[in-house]
Design a binder for this molecule. Sequence first.
Ligand code: ZN
Length: 186
Amino acid sequence: MILLRRAEWGADKKVPRRGHPIGPLRRTEVYIHHTVITDTDTTANEWETLEDVKCTMRQLQQLRPDLGLDVPYNIVAFCMSDGELVLCEGRGLDRTGAHTKNHNRSALGIAFQGNFESEPLPADLDSQLVDIARWLRILRNKRGFINLGNSRPNGRQVWGHRDAKSAGTVCPGQKLYDRLALIRFI
Ligand SMILES: [Zn+2]
């Protein structure tokens, strides 16, 4: 797993990091999203190079002026074609997000880059979901997020965006939604 901080993906510093500071103890849940932004080649939900990833993150920073002209998620996840999982810092772990109404303080919002409603799943998705679970376990057990996952749906440890009341969205896409039970970190 590779983690890219904002400076590493080249966040435009003229566009300030949004959200309010929030401590790890306040985070009780994880919400999973998809960005609906796909790759232009034949594998729409797989990313080939770190340069692709960085370029796409810079676009994401500017894409949603309605949500405050910053990446609205805490973290954006890229499923690489070689099986690697790349996590990019959006607003970061210590800021409120703009991803799930009524859950932007309590939840870490993690978006998978792609369209998991209409496009095929990445070939290595299942192991990449296990990778993200391992990272969440480290947050919970070693980085002070001791309440993370205390709020969770029946039979799973993370929420999908569409689980939120009156979300009115298919996010994170049916195909990813069907795999969310693989993210087990408690
Ligand atoms: Zn969403």
